[in-house]
Design a protein around this ligand. Structure first.
Ligand SMILES: Cc1cc2nc3c(=O)[nH]c(=O)nc-3n(C[C@H](O)[C@H](O)[C@H](O)COP(=O)(O)O)c2cc1C
Length: 351
């Protein structure tokens, strides 16, 4: 089994570790991705971006295509069901600077599946093939597909579809082996991931329920996957990535937690603007301050505050030592390369 720190390749893109940060709608903003890279993720991914939004040059959608210099390698994920529009979106994604164009064939949310996109494509193998082929032919960067196991519980559709998508040009497949019907209930059945690995000659990324080094090693060992993907375990908890990569299980101090959160808040405000960021960030307060790191009433207090400045002031009062750590984080921040102007929108849902 490859070590978690070992690099691997997706086409000609070198991925420096075996941990991939999951695309998560409403979560995977640039600050989240940068932080993931800083804590050791070898590859990070944007949340799903609507190809229709890109096609119509929706200003908000184009905001998702901002890429910073310290994010690479980075995948930008698109969703849609029309081969021509997906190809056009893929060209934009490549032009924006993504190293990989990822396609979402796993989103279980009705708002997406009813348009024929997301997990719906698993029921339409010919269309899934056509979309993949059109996207692969449109760009020179590697393309990837992220799937669920299928729509219905117990479905094995991913095993039929996976090899066909590789034929169509996918250079890597990610499998989250839950059905779309399951949403996030039950567990990810990685025996399917192992079967998929045995059927294709491209790297496979195993997604689902990986939150510790022990689990990452067990999944890599049992499946032969090239990498694990980490999603929910990294929400407000980049230290999970560190633990998986290095085995360092030491819990962060309150100062470290406060500093990461303050840095995250400031970057997100720069990215989304104060008005959107103040609402967007509330769930992150609960995530960061959980794990017994801060008392519950403190968390509840932060959520009630009106501005992010007030939140930062309150955090610094609770953990004064965080100020010096934040300064260090800010000093390391490169200039963002904002290639396309516009504010992001969010379609919560996922894959
Ligand atoms: C809030 C949330 C949003 C998600 N959004 C996306 C998405 O935009 N695209 C996608 O392919 N998967 C999305 N997913 C699925 C994750 O990428 C991942 O496959 C899934 O959460 C299982 O991994 P985990 O157990 O490590 O969280 C989302 C998951 C969550 C929890």
């Amino acid at each position: 089994m490859a070590g978690l720190r070992e690099s691997w390749w997706i086409g000609d893109v070198e991925v420096p570790s075996r941990v991939v940060l999951a695309p998560m709608a409403g979560v995977s903003v640039q600050a989240f991705r940068r932080q993931g890279r800083r804590f050791g993720a070898g590859l990070v991914c944007s949340e799903m971006v609507s190809c229709a939004g890109i096609e119509h040059r929706n200003e908000k959608t184009l905001g998702y295509l901002r890429v910073a210099s310290d994010e690479h390698p980075l995948a930008i994920q698109i969703f849609g069901s029309e081969p021509r529009a997906m190809a056009e979106a893929a060209r934009m994604v490549e032009a924006a600077g993504a190293d990989i164009v990822d396609m979402n064939f796993g989103c279980p949310v009705r708002k997406v599946t009813k348009t024929g996109a997301g997990a719906h494509l698993m029921e339409e193998p010919a269309l899934a093939y056509a979309v993949t082929e059109a996207v692969a032919n449109a760009v020179s960067v590697p393309v990837s597909v992220k799937m669920r196991r299928g729509i219905e519980n117990g479905s094995r559709r991913c095993l039929e579809l996976g090899p066909r998508l590789v034929e169509a040009g996918a250079a890597v497949l990610t499998l989250h082996p839950r059905s779309a019907k399951q949403m996030y209930t039950g567990y990810a059945d990685h025996t399917l991931t192992a079967e998929l690995v045995s059927l294709v000659d491209v790297p496979v990324i195993a997604s689902g329920d990986v939150g510790s080094r022990a689990k990452a090693e067990a999944v890599l060992d049992a499946t032969g996957a090239a990498a694990v993907m980490v999603g929910r375990a990294a929400q407000g908890n980049p230290w999970a990535i560190q633990e998986i990569i290095s085995g360092d299980a030491e819990q962060p101090s309150r100062e470290e937690v406060a500093a990461e959160l303050i840095h995250f808040i400031r970057e997100t405000v720069r990215e989304l603007g104060e008005r959107r960021a103040s609402g967007f960030l509330k769930k992150f307060y609960a995530w960061y301050l959980g794990y017994g790191r801060f008392p519950k009433p403190f968390k509840n207090e932060l959520v009630q505050l009106h501005s992010t400045d007030e939140v930062v002031t309150r955090l610094l009062a609770a953990a004064p030592g965080a100020a010096a750590l934040v300064e260090r984080l800010e000093a390391d921040l490169p200039e963002s390369e904002i290639l396309l102007e516009g504010m992001p929108i969010s379609i919560y849902g996922g894959g």
